[in-house]
Structures are given as structure tokens and as C-alpha cells.
Design a protein around this ligand. Structure first.
Ligand code: PLP
Length: 511
């Protein structure tokens, strides 16, 4: 049969009318792009119970046209959605609107590949995923084997997951198997052997959650920090004291709050001088961005000495949710957490064998493959440098405002700062009752900001690690993030004025 006839026959038997599908998808893309282009973060704000009552409805018996479903979505759910691409959304990770990444995300949906297996489920997708994992490994400085030597998934040295939490969980499983081999099969016999060292007050909850999920119990040992990094003397003391029980030490190349990058080589050297067995894991969800640029790479010096690294392209590479990777220094270490079934996955390139907790897995990596190819190394370097430059500019703008105090030097894209009420004199140590008032005012500013929905800055608890107000006090600052390409200096000035005005207006009510 000629190719042309085969195409005609397959079109004729397709249940989809291509012309109307194309028109529909054009409308979908228009809705999506208009949404991203809207200036506001929210078109509409309602309390949760009103949204519940609007949307939680019974499934109608009658069918609807896709047009009317789209119309209903655009009228009800969409105006209430948060638009991270608004230039006034300054609080979190990425806006996910890189054109190549969006194209990859859509094509992954259309192609419906399943990364669980290679031969029939994802003949080419598996190798696109392998290519992406190798690019990420190379950026961090992990050594890749020659392409011809990649004969199984255990030669690749990484897995794609849905997010940093999943990647960190796989890392904790690897640490557990390294500490007591075959726990995967025999179960945990002595939970005391699975402690993990984390930095106090700045770690991400995913490590603790991971420990509970993998059945070793939450045995995190918190070690003091200084300037948002491990206090190395305290770290050494803790490792010596608990040496036998420690399965892993976790360091942050960009913590979740100030994105301060740990002195990775120093942490590595301290631990290795005491105990070569301990698994070293670096959470580089944010710090990956430093690997893109020759100017910034010094920040993550030593990262390739760590046994495993979590990176989160969906936080720092403008790719839509979700996409993370867990990379390992020694590719074969992933064998220790592998499982397979005689039903499927009995083939060398089946990623399903090395992705704990997951069976079917979509082609998440395609959006990153397209994004990285379209930017190239030079484009990635400018993306990273622009963001860090923007964060530094915001930090400089804060300096001009006597009532706003920056709480750290920005390493990457985050700048945490606090509003100081008029009657507070900045002479540390500030009395605890004043700290409580400062926190209350900043929490009110954040609450009001969420209520109004015009701007968004993130808020969390943060130890005053530089002792700018009172060493050891817990603060509730606001955080600016320089990841949004639509945010300009004008927006930075405007949000600073907005926060200052809210602070003036609210501080009188809080005594
Ligand atoms: C440092 C760090 N690690 C891990 C995570 C978890 O990532 P995800 O939400 O993608 O699971 C976050 C999320 O903010 C984070 O900041």
C-alpha cells in the first residue's frame, strides 16, 4: 500500500475530525496565552467555601460540547487561578512559560509515551530522557560514560521524577540501602541506624517526609547554622557524636528560603575526614541555576563529590510543572533501589525499574529537552546571570529604604527582607517583644497582600542567622524572587512602595 493511501485510510478511520480539533486547540492555546499575558495575578478572588460551592458539582447526565466545557472553564475556574506569569508575581519559582518548554509539554501530551518501558512504550522518548539526564549530570560535573557504554538504565546515572520531593525521597532510599544493604527486601530491623543530618531551620520538609515514607522514621538530626549554612564546627561535632547512626548528610545548594548556597566542598571534606561511608546528598533544586554560568559555577564548587543531587528544572528553567531529576555520582548505585515485574519492564532500557513509587510515567523530560536545545549553553548562562543580577538590583533598592531590612546577601534569585515599624530602632539585640511586633506587622502585610491579590511575595519563618535583629530569633520576612522574566525594575520599585505603604497603614493597629 502506498504511504499516501495508508495515510488517507488512517485519517478516514480516525474518530477525530482534524479540522475541528485544530480549531479547538487554537482556542485552547489562545485561552492559555491570554491567561499568561494578563497583568494581574488573579482576575477574581473568592473565599475557599465560595469556590467550593461554585465548582464542586454533580456530574451531569447529559453530554456537553467541548466548546461549552471550555466556556464554562473560562468563566468559572480560570479567573480564580493564580497567574505566576504576571509581572507582579514575585514570590516563588518559575513562571513555566519558556516557548520551547511549552511546546515540549504539549507534544508530550499528544505523543502519549510511557517511560515505564522502552521497546514498545517509548522507543525514542527513553533516549531523549537519557540525553537530558546526561546534560544535567554534565552541568553538575558528574562524569558521563561514553554513549556506546550506555547499555542499561543503570548506566545513565539519574532518573526523572515529578518534583524535588520525589527526587529527595529516592535519595533517602539510596542512603538507606547504602547504610544497610537489602533493607529494600528485608525491611527495617533497627531504625536507630538511619539518622540524617540536616541544617536547623532552613531545610526543606521533604527530607523528613521522605524518612517517614521509606519506613525509617523521622530521625533528622538538626545541626546549627551560621549565615544560612552549616556551622562546620557543630557539623563535625554532630557527625563524631552520632557517627554509627548517620546514614546521610543533606546540604542545600540554595535552601528553600534565602537560597543561600552551602559551602559544599567544605561540608564534603568535614564528613569524609570522619566517615567515608556516609551518603552525601545535595538538594540543588534552586542551585542548579549556578551550573549554567562560568560566572556562578564557583558557588557550587564540590557538588560533584556528593553521592546524589536533586535538581528541579521546574523551579529554575521556566519549564511547566512538574519536572525534577535525581542524579547520582555512581550510576550503578541506582541498582540498590530497583525493582521489576515479570509483567513488564524486563528490558535493559526500561526506566520503570529505577523509578521507585512510579509505574506509568509520561514524557516529562521532553519539555526540558526542547528548552535546553533552544537556549543552548550560552542561553542558559544568560538566563542564570540575568536572574542573579536582578536579585542583586532588588537588594540594592532595599538599601535605599530605611524601613526595609534585607536579611542576607543574595546568592541566587531570592531576597528575603523585613519591614521595620517606625518606632523600632535597629540596634541588635532587639527585645523579644519587639521581634514579636515586627513579625506581627510583616504577617499582616502578607495577609493583606494575599487578600488584595495585586502583588505576591512569599512568606515563611526564618532564623535570624546573621543576627541582624537578634541572633537566634525566628523572623517572618517577605521574599522577592527574581525568576519572573516579565518583572522589570519598575515592578520592583512599585512592590517596595506597596509594602512600605501597607506597613505604614498597618503598624499602628499592632502593638
Ligand atoms: C530546597 C527544596 N527542596 C525540595 C523542594 C520540593 O520540591 P517539589 O515541590 O518540586 O516537590 C523544594 C520546594 O520548594 C525546595 O525549595
Amino acid at each position: 500500500m502506498s504511504t499516501r493511501r495508508a495515510e488517507q485510510e488512517s485519517k478516514a478511520s480516525s474518530p477525530v475530525d482534524t479540522a475541528s480539533m485544530t480549531a479547538l486547540l487554537r482556542r485552547v492555546v489562545d485561552i492559555g496565552l491570554n491567561f499568561k499575558d494578563q497583568r494581574d495575578i488573579f482576575r477574581r478572588r473568592l473565599p475557599p467555601d465560595r469556590i467550593r460551592d461554585l465548582l464542586v458539582r454533580d456530574l451531569p447526565h447529559e453530554s456537553s460540547t467541548v466548546d461549552s466545557v471550555l466556556e464554562s472553564f473560562a468563566r468559572t475556574a480560570l479567573p480564580l487561578c493564580k497567574n505566576e506569569a504576571s509581572p507582579r508575581f514575585l514570590g516563588f519559582g518559575d513562571t513555566g512559560d519558556d516557548p520551547a518548554a511549552l511546546a515540549g509539554g504539549l507534544l508530550a501530551m499528544f505523543t502519549q509515551q510511557n517511560l515505564i518501558n522502552q521497546s514498545f512504550d517509548s522507543p525514542s522518548a527513553t533516549f531523549v530522557e537519557i540525553a537530558v539526564l546526561r546534560w544535567l549530570r554534565e552541568l553538575l560535573g558528574y562524569v558521563n560514560p561514553p554513549v556506546a557504554d550506555i547499555r542499561t538504565v543503570w548506566d545513565v546515572g539519574g532518573v526523572i521524577t515529578h518534583g524535588g520531593t520525589s527526587s529527595n525521597t529516592v535519595a533517602m532510599m539510596l542512603a538507606r540501602e547504602n547504610q544497610v544493604p537489602e533493607t529494600m527486601h528485608g525491611g527495617v530491623r533497627n531504625p536507630d541506624q538511619f539518622s540524617v543530618i540536616v541544617p536547623r531551620g532552613i531545610g526543606h520538609y521533604s527530607i523528613r517526609s521522605a524518612l517517614t515514607w521509606i519506613g525509617v522514621g523521622d530521625q533528622a538530626i538538626e545541626v546549627e547554622t551560621r549565615d544560612f549554612r552549616y556551622d562546620l564546627t557543630a557539623l563535625e561535632r554532630a557527625v563524631r557524636r552520632h557517627r554509627e547512626h548517620i546514614m546521610a548528610v543533606v546540604a542545600y545548594a540554595g535552601d528553600s528560603r534565602t537560597q543561600t548556597v552551602e559551602h559544599l566542598r567544605r561540608v564534603h571534606d568535614v564528613i569524609r575526614a570522619i566517615e567515608p561511608r556516609i551518603w552525601l546528598h545535595v538538594d540543588a533544586c534552586w542551585g542548579l541555576v549556578a551550573a549554567f554560568s562560568d560566572q556562578l559555577r564557583h558557588l557550587i564548587d564540590g557538588i560533584s563529590e556528593f553521592d546524589s543531587a536533586t535538581v528541579d528544572p521546574h523551579k529554575v528553567m521556566a519549564v511547566p510543572y512538574g519536572l525534577s531529576a535525581l542524579l547520582v555520582r555512581q550510576p550503578s548505585s541506582l541498582r540498590t533501589v530497583s525493582s521489576y515485574s515479570d509483567l513488564i519492564m524486563q528490558e535493559d532500557y526500561a526506566f520503570g525499574q529505577v523509578t521507585p513509587f512510579l509505574g506509568t510515567k509520561g514524557w516529562l523530560s521532553l519539555k526540558l529537552w526542547m528548552m535546553m536545545l533552544s537556549h543552548g549553553r550560552a542561553g542558559l548562562a544568560s538566563l542564570a546571570e540575568d536572574r542573579v543580577r536582578k536579585a542583586q538590583r532588588f537588594a540594592d533598592l532595599l538599601e535605599e529604604h530605611p524601613r526595609l531590612l534585607r536579611l542576607h546577601e543574595p546568592d541566587l534569585a531570592a531576597v528575603a527582607f523585613i519591614y521595620l515599624p517606625k518606632d523600632i530602632r535597629l540596634k541588635p539585640p532587639i527585645a523579644m517583644e519587639h521581634i514579636a511586633r515586627i513579625n506581627a506587622v510583616n504577617q499582616c502585610i502578607h495577609k493583606q497582600m494575599l487578600l488584595e491579590g495585586t502583588w505576591y511575595l512569599h512568606q515563611f519563618s526564618l532564623p535570624d542567622d546573621h543576627g541582624l535583629l537578634r541572633a537566634g530569633a525566628t523572623l517572618h520576612p517577605l521574599r522577592f524572587m527574581a525568576n519572573n522574566p516579565r518583572t522589570t525594575e519598575v515592578h520592583m520599585v512599585e512592590v517596595i512602595n506597596y509594602v512600605t505603604e501597607l506597613g505604614h497603614a498597618l503598624e499602628g493597629d499592632i502593638r
